[in-house]
Structures are given as structure tokens and as C-alpha cells.
Design a binder for this molecule. Structure first.
Ligand code: 5GP
Ligand code: MN
Length: 330
């Protein structure tokens, strides 16, 4: 039996599903959760979506029925006991669910991971996906089509479309294949409005985000080789603009818009540490760079988190590590 059929069997033979995704979820994470939730509901199953983080404010429109819950140790005391199956979406390392990690690790029943990142940690019973996929949403599409578990409909098509659109950088990243465009064509047949979806995701931010972007762009510095660009956002700057983590999404990509730059780095101070985002051009594998700091991700987009540390404590170490990945010839 292939993995898709195995997942179909797991779904058909269980009743209670707990769905979760990674900390600071992006649109692929949220949309995949909602798409899977809709599939399970269509089959008459019980399902809950519980995340470590709040849904970023610009993505709240996706959760129209407000079914996504934020994990609370007291309110959600029984969720792990109640569930027959845990579905981990858009992540492949157990620490990506942060406060839910203990519950995940001690979960004795079936754990399913649906993902498309590199270097999975084997904490699951069944894995579906792989790095050939553009997005977790695309994996779900293949699962639905290959098993015919349900008929696609407008609400599910909407979530899968948005997952693929966002994780392909609006159909421009490497894994934007002919297959992706064929999937998108089929999804559009349900009557989706691409202009409206794009505007809802990318054109509804707070005014303060643009001010913060100004500060972030101003902070960019190049290393001595001019091949590494470093953007920094310390706490004081964020506070000045009342920024939240969702506001910073996409900023690091500006580093790569500089001609000579091969690796872009964003150091973003959190209350309890620093989040690092890495981006690269071509064959430079920044998932390996991130893994030096306990993080991971994709070849051209990765990240890591440091705890109880400020930007100044780690910036030099991060740049030194990044230099090893630079392509000298170009
Ligand atoms: P971003 O920089 O946009 O937050 O993340 C880029 C990519 O790196 C995403 O695919 C994300 O899943 C991955 N990533 C970001 N932070 C971490 C981290 O702390 N650990 C791991 N394993 N992956 C991360
Ligand atoms: Mn994804």
C-alpha cells in the first residue's frame, strides 16, 4: 500500500483527529490545516486544529469559521488523550510545535507528518510528502486526488490554492513546475478569484509594517565579500512600530535583490531570543547553514531560533558560519 492509501486507511478507521502546524504559522501551514480539517469534516470525523501560535493577523481571513485554537496548557489539557490521530503539518521536527512538543513526543497513538522540508526527524508513524513538493498544500492535493477520499470543492480548493500560491512565492520559486500550473488551473475552475486572494494575503497589512520595512531596509549591511547581506531588527525598532512577528514575513527576501548577494540573513529579536532567517540564490543550501544552529528548512529558505540571547551576541558567529557556504567563483 502506498503512503497515500495508508493515510486514507488511518482516516477511515479513526474518529478523533488533532491537527497542528509549526510555530508562527505561514499561509501554507494554516491553509493545509484548514484543507485537511474540511476533508475530515466532509467525512463526518471529529477534528480540532490547535496551534502553539496565534494565527498571524493577515491570515485570519482564511479561518472564516474561527476553528483554529491557540494551545493553552489548561484549556487543552485533554486534547492529546482525546485524539486517536495527531496530524503534524508543514513541519518535520518535533521542536517546531514548541509548547506542544511534550504532548507530541508522549503521544502513544498514530502520528502522521505531512510536509515538504529537508532532513526530517523521525517522530511520526507515517510520513507523506517530500522535498519535491512545493508546499504542504500540494501534498494534500495529491493525497485527495490519488485516493479520491472526497470530491474537491470550492472551500478546499481555496485553501490549497492559497497554500501553493504563498509557498511558491506567487508561482516563481524553484518548484513551480508544469504540474503546479496544472493543479492551479484545476483549482481555478472552482471559481476562485486569484486577484482577491493575493490582495487578502499581501495587501492588508498594518501601515506600521511599511515603516518597519523602511527600518529593516536601512539596517542592511554587506559583509567584506559583498556576498552576504545582513538585515537586523532589534527590539527597540519593533516596539517603535508596534510590530508583531507576522509583520516581518518576507522582509529577508529584499537582501537577495542586491546583485552581488548570494545569502540574505535577517536577525529578528524576539522577547526570549533571536529568530534568524536565511535565504539564498541557486545551489547554496542554507538549510545546512540553519542546521548548524539547530534549525532547518529548505535549500533556499531556512531558519533557526536562539534562546536568551541578543542580536549582538550572535551576529558575528552567524556571518562567519554563512561565509563557508559562499560560492567563491561567482
Ligand atoms: P522563515 O525564515 O520564513 O521563518 O522560514 C523559512 C523556512 O525555514 C521555513 O520553511 C521554515 O519552516 C524554516 N524554519 C524557520 N525557522 C526554523 C526553525 O527554527 N527550525 C526549523 N527546523 N526550520 C525553520
Ligand atoms: Mn510550507
Amino acid at each position: 500500500m502506498n503512503q497515500f492509501d495508508q493515510l486514507k486507511k488511518i482516516i477511515e478507521s479513526n474518529n478523533n483527529f488533532l491537527i497542528t502546524a509549526h510555530v508562527n504559522p505561514d499561509a501554507d501551514a494554516i491553509c493545509s490545516e484548514l484543507a485537511l480539517y474540511l476533508v475530515l469534516k466532509k467525512l463526518g470525523k471529529k477534528a480540532r486544529i490547535v496551534n502553539h501560535s496565534y494565527t498571524p493577523y493577515n491570515l485570519e481571513f482564511l479561518d472564516e469559521e474561527i476553528v483554529i485554537e491557540r494551545y493553552d496548557e489548561i484549556i487543552h489539557e485533554n486534547i492529546f488523550n482525546d485524539a486517536d490521530v495527531m496530524m503534524l503539518l508543514d513541519l518535520n521536527q518535533a521542536n517546531r510545535v514548541v509548547r506542544m512538543e511534550n504532548g507530541l513526543r508522549s503521544f502513544q497513538k498514530t502520528k502522521v507528518c505531512i510536509d515538504h522540508h529537508q532532513d526530517p526527524e523521525k517522530f511520526y508513524d507515517l510520513f507523506i510528502g517530500g522535498t519535491e513538493y512545493s508546499s504542504t498544500g500540494e501534498v494534500l492535493y495529491d493525497f485527495i486526488k490519488s485516493t479520491n477520499i472526497i470530491e474537491l470543492d470550492y472551500p478546499i480548493a481555496y485553501q490549497i490554492y492559497t497554500a501553493i500560491m504563498t509557498d511558491t512565492g506567487s508561482f516563481r520559486f524553484e518548484r513551480t513546475s508544469p504540474k503546479i500550473h496544472r493543479i492551479i488551473a484545476e483549482l481555478l475552475e472552482f471559481g476562485l478569484n486569484p486577484t482577491e486572494i493575493y490582495n487578502k494575503v499581501y495587501d492588508q497589512f498594518h501601515f506600521s509594517r511599511i515603516k518597519l520595512l523602511g527600518e529593516a531596509l536601512n539596517s542592511i549591511e554587506l559583509d567584506s565579500t559583498k556576498k552576504i547581506a545582513i538585515m537586523t531588527l532589534p527590539n527597540e525598532v519593533q516596539q517603535k512600530h508596534n510590530a508583531v512577528e507576522a509583520d516581518v514575513d518576507g522582509f529577508v527576501n529584499y537582501c537577495l535583490s542586491i546583485h552581488s548577494v548570494q545569502i540574505g540573513i535577517l536577525l529578528y529579536e524576539l522577547k526570549d531570543g533571536v529568530k534568524v532567517s536565511f535565504r539564498s540564490k541557486g545551489s547554496i543550501a542554507v538549510n545546512k547553514l540553519a542546521s548548524e544552529f539547530g534549525g532547518g528548512g529548505h535549500s533556499n529558505a531556512s531558519g533557526a531560533r536562539f534562546f536568551n540571547i541578543k542580536i549582538d551576541d550572535i551576529i558575528n558567529e552567524v556571518i562567519t558560519a554563512a561565509k563557508k557556504y559562499i560560492n567563491e567563483k561567482e
